[in-house]
Design a protein around this ligand. Structure first.
Ligand code: DX5
Ligand code: ZN
Length: 214
């Protein structure tokens, strides 16, 4: 079954409790975007906010690290309550395998992310080692951007390679500009986790927006 992961980046930060309620009731995962102002030209939030969300979360925390040196911080995010931690291949390069190991040692599921300009083939060596992959369908850094349709081909290629290598059930997450208009094409292409920020939290009725995505 497809999992829906609302991105709290698009929530009203003065009412994060209400956002958490919504995810606890309607969604499958809390998607939490951590940005450092260096890997991406934006700064979002860090440990204290993740700690606060972890206190109320009844669904797993899916922490998406858009930071340089992810190896330095994975342990703290897992200890803050993350069950899934993803980091960018572009920020890790030849350290990717070691960082996956690090996340596993901390007891969380490990995901590797590629931005739209990073070939999806870079993920292939980690099939069977990473627990999930995240294909960015906008450039990491900001919510509210337009979905890049070429992402569908990347998801398809990755799903085919997972099948070819004997790991057909590997989760593939898609993040950026996801809405009810592209959700079914993404799932047909092989996506199993849909991140949705604006299409959920900027909707008049966020709960209905989650149901529409589903
Ligand atoms: C972008 C973040 C996304 C973002 C998605 O860098 O990784 O998770 O919050 O927001 P929407 O759904 O508005 O594109
Ligand atoms: Zn994200």
């Amino acid at each position: 079954m497809t999992k829906i992961a609302p991105s709290l980046l698009a929530a009203d930060f003065l009412n994060l409790g209400a956002a958490a309620d919504l995810v606890n009731r309607e969604a499958d995962l809390f998607h939490i975007d951590v940005m450092d102002g260096t890997f991406v030209p934006n700064i979002s939030f860090g440990f204290p906010v993740v700690d606060a969300i972890a206190k109320v979360a009844e669904k797993p925390l899916d922490v998406h690290l858009m930071i340089v040196h992810p190896d330095k911080y994975v342990a703290r995010f897992v200890r803050a309550g993350a069950s899934m931690v993803s980091f960018h291949y572009e920020a890790a390069l030849e350290m990717t395998g070691d960082i996956i190991d690090l996340i596993h040692e901390e007891g969380a599921r490990a995901g590797v992310v590629v931005n739209p300009d990073c070939p999806v083939e870079n993920l292939f060596p980690y099939i069977g080692k990473a627990d999930f992959f995240l294909v960015m369908s906008v450039f990491a850094g900001f919510g509210g951007q337009k979905f890049i349709p070429e992402s569908l081909e990347k998801v398809k290629a990755l799903r085919e390679e997972c099948i070819l290598r004997g790991f057909p059930l590997t989760d593939i997450e898609v993040d950026g500009g996801v809405d009810a208009a592209n959700a079914s094409a993404l799932v047909s292409a092989g996506a199993t986790i849909l991140v949705a920020g604006s299409s959920v939290f900027k909707a008049e009725a966020p709960a209905a927006a989650i149901r529409a995505l589903r």
